[in-house]
Ligand binder design. Sequence first.
Ligand SMILES: Cc1cc2nc3c(=O)[nH]c(=O)nc-3n(C[C@H](O)[C@H](O)[C@H](O)COP(=O)(O)OP(=O)(O)OC[C@H]3O[C@@H](n4cnc5c(N)ncnc54)[C@H](O)[C@@H]3O)c2cc1C
Length: 542
Amino acid sequence: MKPKEIVIVGGGSSGWMAAAYLNAALNRNGRTVARISLVESPDVSRIGVGEATVPSINHILAVIGIDEQEFLKRVDGTFKQAIKYVNWLAIDGSQYYHPFNRFRDSPIDRSGLNWLMSDRSVPFAHTVSAQPALCEANLAPKMAGPWDFGPPLTYAYHMNALKFADFLCEISIARGVKHYLDHVTDVEMAENGDIEAVVTRHGHRLEADLFIDCTGFAALLIEKKLGVAWVDCSQWLLCDRAVTMQVPYAHHYPGYVRPYTTATALSAGWVWEIPLQSNRSLGYVHSSSFLSDEQAEQELRRFEGDHAAQLDTRIVPFKVGHRAKSWVRNCIAIGLSGSFIEPLESTGLYLSDLATVMLTEHFPYGDELEPLAFRFNRIMTNRFYEILDFINLHYCLSRRDDSDFWREIQKPDRITDRLKAKLDFWRSKPPSPTDFEDQFFPAMQDTALPSGGLPGDHRSPKDTGSLFGVDSHEAILYGMDFLREECAQWFGQSRPPTQIAETIAGRLKIAPQKLPPHDWWLQRAVGMPVYESASTPPDSEK
Ligand SMILES: Cc1cc2nc3c(=O)[nH]c(=O)nc-3n(C[C@H](O)[C@H](O)[C@H](O)COP(=O)(O)OP(=O)(O)OC[C@H]3O[C@@H](n4cnc5c(N)ncnc54)[C@H](O)[C@@H]3O)c2cc1C
């Protein structure tokens, strides 16, 4: 078989993830299925803000063959076991966790129902996972020596995505990926409508069978050349920019590195706190219709405290939406050129990762592209809307009314029809696993995909439920106090105290002997510097 030629345009984290993964997954056992080149512009900067990930990143790392400790050293990485949401329900310090691990102690999982039947005196996530308490104690999800703490704790990472791209670049080049540091100035078309070649400023003309557009929001191939439309979803997710800030530990070390991401709701959006090894990355994701850049910057500085007055900030605009089709003819858009949903559940790198894995699974060994593209597009669109609904859910259940933004976000027009159907259904019975298998949400059956439906694809808009299933939905729904009134009707006003499963309580009892502090693990295992704590930790109260 003659190897397929692949040209990737763009060297951000998507471009290099695609290069390294395709090379590792396709070219195995001495057989070269694909010859890969990557061209990236020295003039157009990449996006890197200090990213949080989801556990699927571990698949990418395993296939490429990256050692975890080496990875953490190279990407300024730390562990992430959960997201902690603060002030989303009301502006009263209320908080809840979305942990990665979920405990089950019987073949039929009644933990959601048990919690609903109780008096809610313990937050839901604490009753089904040890991770919220482990996060509060700042413990690592790893032991200092071999693991003997029962079932493993599921985790992802916080990382510097630019360092990740650089690391993957080094690995890819060493394994034979050709690298051009050059600006693409032209895209040449073949007579049949395929892309034939990209041409660079320094005179390279790169022909290929497949072109992967990883040029970020510029979307040089898929949009500028092939004219594939961007389907805007800003009606449902209003945030369109972030003001970011890096708080270096050298001067502002609060005395711990949290093993989780914090998402605190502010007046017109929310701020992420992503702990890296060398600093804390902060970003105020907000809506420019409700807040100017200056107001957002001031609010972020107030949030962080006096010491933030001198720290630099940066504005990062973004748009929420997806390509009508990510794979058209011989061009596949991966990364920000293909889709973006605001970063609340850390799905940016995940969508690049998914597209790369799906391209490998749907790789065209022959000449026929159309059926592969159809299936690929359907998977990517379904997953996009699944995530869109899930992020929409975080906002629409809020009871905040302290700003125009929060009042607007709760209006019916700001909630997707699919999510409305799901919430209505779950008001008649709580969510359960099969809801996510056959997607039985009665009101959804005749709803068309909002302006993003694929031609010839007249299916009902079904979610796949495979990234955010029942566990994740329960964490958000019950964290946001869903079904409070219904439960009073169903189960009465006076309900028994909430119980934590004995297995979780037992695990938490021995956790301090088994699991080291997250900082300590990072210092010992991957050489994180030992910082001096600030005398008055600026965010010890948060
Ligand atoms: C505010 C914000 C917060 C985010 N937070 C998270 C998070 O917490 N977790 C997460 O998983 N993801 C997050 N993301 C997403 C994540 O940062 C991106 O998915 C990631 O950076 C991938 O971007 P990319 O590689 O698609 O594009 P980019 O990083 O923009 O890279 C584009 C590449 O294309 C090249 N290029 C452009 N034009 C040309 C040309 N003419 N010729 C050659 N090369 C060209 C550029 O040089 C660059 O190399 C966030 C994104 C934003 C905007």
